[in-house]
Design a protein around this ligand. Structure first.
Ligand code: ATP
Ligand code: MG
Length: 386
């Protein structure tokens, strides 16, 4: 039988108060229960500042690993709860600390329940005394091997040693829905992860250009989204047939402008799809300066086709930081599989880094792509990855 019977879940400092905080906690509560539904004996307790899970003999390590990947949880601790009685607190402290490794210790105490008659300093002193008397441990207040935390709350007193950092952010669903532009590259899956961590649910749009791009790219996307299912259990992927539009651009527009044009059309289609799917924002993996189409001047010219806010979680990150995150979430190995993306196949040798909007607009007048856009939208292939 494990000496810990409870897991304490912390949300971090919430700036939201009152009704918003209640909703936030309800959502997180549902998400936690949903993520842990395979552990059928767990029971849950919802309180103002924390959620508690009664372990009821379930596999602690697996439960902890699952909790680490849930957006909105900032940290967790394995805790022991006793009635708020100083003798019981002392006994529990001694029982627990005997199994810890180290030579020195420190006790901290938070008295959230102000009705508890003993001040925290005094609690610390009497708990430390009983430990000193009954073990070989010494006190070290600066750099202890063992830190015993005691929290006295309305419903009881909690004792624990470690605080395990988790994903942070907000519970999924709290921030509405984003349409994320997903390529087969390294960047966009990382952008997806960062959005989900902020509580934003995603749907994905991918622009496919068969036969220039193969079915291998789609398999890659499904594998990437399967990795991301850990954080969002169901993700919709809209595959837009983009070949006709792309061919039309490359036939009619001077090569240095092609990438700008292609991205403007991707945005135009994303705009229409986002409206239809009730997404509040469009998001992608663009990062300032990474390629010609991602200079500030290019982004401004491309962005002009839509009134949606565009969220670019990677805007200010360097490639090394993005790669590190991709490794952490497990998408890097999938992203580097060698399949051609439509951007790489049609990539011009000398793309414009500061494409002028008036020039672009002149080219576009000749293109008459509206019908092709409607056609592409009509033929979207939607899959749900779960
Ligand atoms: P890489 O890791 O190779 O940079 P990438 O996915 O970032 O891959 P970019 O050419 O930098 O590719 O494209 C910038 C962003 O535009 C991507 O992060 C993605 O959000 C979006 N994008 C690019 N190509 C597509 C596509 N075929 N379908 C959907 N979105 C795309
Ligand atoms: Mg990129």
């Amino acid at each position: 039988m494990n000496k810990y019977d409870l897991i304490m879940i912390r949300f971090g400092e919430l700036s939201t108060k009152g009704k918003n905080k209640k909703e936030f906690i309800s959502l997180l509560f549902d998400n936690v229960r949903n993520a842990l539904k395979e552990f059928s004996s767990l029971t849950y307790e919802r309180r103002y500042d924390h959620i508690y899970i009664h372990l009821e003999g379930e596999d602690i390590d697996r439960v902890v690993d699952t909790l680490k990947e849930i957006p909105g949880i900032h940290s967790i601790s394995l805790v022991k709860r006793v009635d708020s009685d100083i003798e019981l607190i002392k006994k529990a402290a001694l029982d627990l600390i005997k199994d810890e490794e180290g030579y020195t210790f420190k006790v901290t105490c938070k008295r959230a329940n102000k009705e508890f008659p003993i001040h925290s300093d005094e609690v610390i002193r009497s708990v430390a005394t009983v430990i000193l008397k009954n073990t070989n441990l010494k006190v070290d207040v600066h750099n202890p091997d063992i830190l015993l935390s005691i929290e006295i709350r309305d419903e009881g007193t909690y004792l624990f040693f470690k605080t395990i950092p988790c994903m942070g952010g907000y519970p999924l669903g709290v921030g509405g829905k984003a349409l994320l532009m997903l390529s087969g590259g390294i960047d966009s899956p990382v952008a997806a992860y960062l959005l989900i961590r902020k509580g934003v649910r995603i749907e994905c749009v991918h622009f496919a250009s068969p036969p220039y791009t193969s079915e291998g790219v789609i398999i890659k996307l499904v594998d990437i989204l399967t990795k991301l299912n850990k954080y969002q259990s169901e993700i919709r992927l809209h595959i837009v047939p983009f070949t006709a539009i792309q061919e039309c651009i490359y036939k009619n527009i001077p090569e240095p402008y092609c990438i700008t044009e292609m991205r403007r059309y991707m945005y135009k289609i994303a705009d229409k799809l986002a409206r239809k799917r009730k997404c509040l924002v469009i998001a992608n993996g663009e990062s300032i300066g990474q390629v010609a189409s991602q200079t500030l001047a290019s982004l401004k010219t491309i962005n002009e086709v839509t009134s949606f806010p565009i969220i670019r979680p990677l805007a200010v990150l360097d490639k090394e930081e993005i790669i590190r995150l991709a490794g952490k979430i497990g998408t890097y190995e999938i992203s580097i599989r060698p399949f051609e993306d439509c951007c790489t196949i049609f990539a011009p040798k000398n793309p414009k880094t500061a494409p002028k909007l008036d020039e672009i607009k002149k080219f576009e007048e000749k293109l008459e792509l509206d019908e092709l856009i409607e056609e592409a939208l009509k033929n979207i292939d939607t899959r749900v990855i779960k």
